[in-house]
Write a protein that binds this ligand. Structure first.
Ligand code: HEC
Length: 110
């Protein structure tokens, strides 16, 4: 019985590491970036506004190990046809670091 509990705990810890994760500081920074760059005028964490809810985006790509890179590309260049007919404009003036952080952040939202 004890062994099983231990194994379950190990599995949980491993799953936590496998899932994309951010430090509290990175999460706070990403939230600020999302506010200051207007992301939150089109997106909310858990409901559709103009663009898809971030929780839906995270769920859609949960099995995709290249998701952070492809979302970063969508944010930078804009995106069309993946979620509906409304396109997302490009954010080419943002730094690649900021875009990468936002992409990783979106993937952590449940
Ligand atoms: C003018 C409205 C608007 C703004 C501003 C906006 N988005 Fe979007 N976003 C959308 C729409 C619409 C879609 C769906 C596009 C599609 O169907 O391909 C989308 C899709 C996405 C996706 C999913 C892309 C994919 O490949 O599946 C991510 C991630 C995302 N947005 C993040 C962001 C971030 C981060 C910002 C701020 C830097 C931002 N969006 C700003 C409207 C917007």
């Amino acid at each position: 019985m004890k062994k099983i509990t231990l194994l379950l705990m190990l599995a949980t810890v491993q799953a936590a590491f496998a899932a994309p994760s951010l430090s509290a500081k990175e999460t706070a920074a990403a939230m600020e970036l999302a506010k200051s760059n207007g992301c939150l005028s089109c997106h909310a964490l858990d409901e559709k506004i103009v663009g898809p809810a971030y929780s839906k985006v995270a769920a859609k790509y949960s099995d995709d190990k290249d998701a952070a890179a492809s979302l970063a590309q969508s944010i930078r260049n804009g995106s069309q046809g993946k979620w509906g007919r409304i396109p997302m404009p490009s954010h080419g003036t943002m730094s690649q670091d900021d875009i990468n952080l936002l992409a990783r952040w979106v993937l952590t939202i449940k």
